[in-house]
Design a protein around this ligand. Structure first.
Ligand SMILES: NC(=O)c1ccc[n+]([C@@H]2O[C@H](COP(=O)([O-])OP(=O)(O)OC[C@H]3O[C@@H](n4cnc5c(N)ncnc54)[C@H](O)[C@@H]3O)[C@@H](O)[C@H]2O)c1
Length: 343
């Protein structure tokens, strides 16, 4: 059986300079694997690569996933990949609404090309960053994997492209196993609070640390499912069988969330308390297109990946606040020296 545990493998991580991708690279290096990272810095930041940029088993290429020969070039330079973790994407929902065709090309067309190439070049697993946005508007909670389908009313080109790409990846069940992780609201250190699609937690923590009031759109009773980045990284590793002793290799689509709804108002209050700020919350009109509730069922990931979220919201928030208060690298810092650059 294909099992990567205990031996070093060669991994490709697209979106390596992003919030989640950089944590994943770090974990893969800690597990003893060789990591080739790709990013074009569309929304990622060189600072995110700093903690491991000079690691002898890390190689970085500033390139786009839309380049047709990307995987062939990288395989020729480094040798064939055992596992491909595909996280690079246009991540901004508002940007996707303004640029539907570009979103389709980057998030769907490039993904299908990459998974085809990975299969031809002999990769064993391809793990894709799916999204809760694939569920569009839904009434019934918690959301289970079969709840998204061709009937879904997607709220953005982002959600639709992620759905189609997930389906394309998850259909690979031969020598290459395709897994899509439908992640809910991920949070943690390195999440950029300044981007237009910043997670609500990074924005709230940024506001609280700066002593500004926290702004809620709507009544604050809408709920989200927040999952800490370390838990998400573990799900990626388990999906590629790096930290998973499951008997049958997983393939298909899996929700990755905490399995718990948290209202935005409760979240704001908790962040005020944890940062030691007086409760200062302002309300703005609801944003059109915002969904009311979102909660994952994580039963399938528990069953097939042996994965469960471990970091509770309060612990995860404390780690995020700590990072935001002290360890946050200065924006616009110089790029780190890389072990290797192809161009
Ligand atoms: N953060 C969340 O809450 C969340 C939830 C669900 C799914 N996701 C998915 O997880 C993945 C990682 O998200 P993130 O939060 O780390 O966002 P991020 O913006 O920090 O990371 C995405 C990375 O992809 C890179 N990228 C974009 N276009 C590229 C291209 N053409 N070529 C090469 N690199 C390119 C960006 O520069 C960035 O570094 C994304 O696919 C996102 O859709 C994130």
């Amino acid at each position: 059986m294909e099992k990567s545990e205990g031996r070093s493998i060669r991994c490709l991580v697209t979106g390596a300079a992003g919030f989640v991708g950089s944590h994943l690279c770090e974990r893969l290096l800690t597990l003893g694997h060789a990591v080739v990272g790709v990013d074009n810095f569309f929304s990622g930041r060189p600072e995110n690569l700093e903690p491991f940029g000079t690691h002898p088993r890390f190689f970085f290429h500033e390139r786009s996933i839309t380049e047709p020969l990307l995987l062939r070039d990288l395989s020729a330079a480094h040798g064939p990949f055992d596992a491909v973790f595909h996280l690079a994407a246009i991540v901004s929902v508002p940007y996707s609404l303004d640029h539907p065709e570009e979103t389709h090309q980057v998030n769907y067309v490039a993904t299908v090309h990459l998974v085809n190439e990975a299969e031809k070049l002999g990769a064993r697993s391809f793990v894709f960053a799916g999204s809760a946005a694939e569920y569009g508007t839904q009434e019934r909670m918690p959301l289970r994997e079969p709840d998204a389908g061709s009937w879904t009313l997607w709220l953005s080109p982002y959600g639709e492209a992620k759905y189609r790409a997930s389906a394309a990846v998850a259909s690979r069940r031969g020598a290459l196993r395709g897994v899509s992780l439908r992640c809910f609201n991920i949070y943690g250190p390195r999440q950029d609070p300044s981007s237009p699609y910043s997670g609500v937690i990074s924005r709230f923590v940024d506001m609280a640390v700066a002593g500004r009031p926290l702004t809620i759109f709507g009544d604050g009773l809408q709920t989200r499912d927040f999952v800490f980045v370390d838990d998400v990284v573990e799900a990626y590793c388990r999906a590629a069988l790096l930290e998973n002793d499951a008997e049958s290799p997983p393939c298909g689509i899996y929700n990755v969330g905490s399995g718990r709804p948290t209202s935005i108002l409760d979240l704001a209050r908790l962040i005020c308390r944890l940062t030691g700020r007086p409760e200062s919350i302002t309300f703005c009109p609801e944003r059109p297109g915002d969904i009311r509730h979102s909660t994952a069922s994580v039963e399938a990931a528990q069953r097939d990946l042996g994965w469960a979220p471990r970091v509770g919201l309060e612990v995860g928030l404390k780690r995020t606040i700590q990072w935001m208060q002290g360890e946050k690298p200065i924006r616009g810092a110089k790029p780190v020296p890389m072990s290797m650059e192809s161009r």
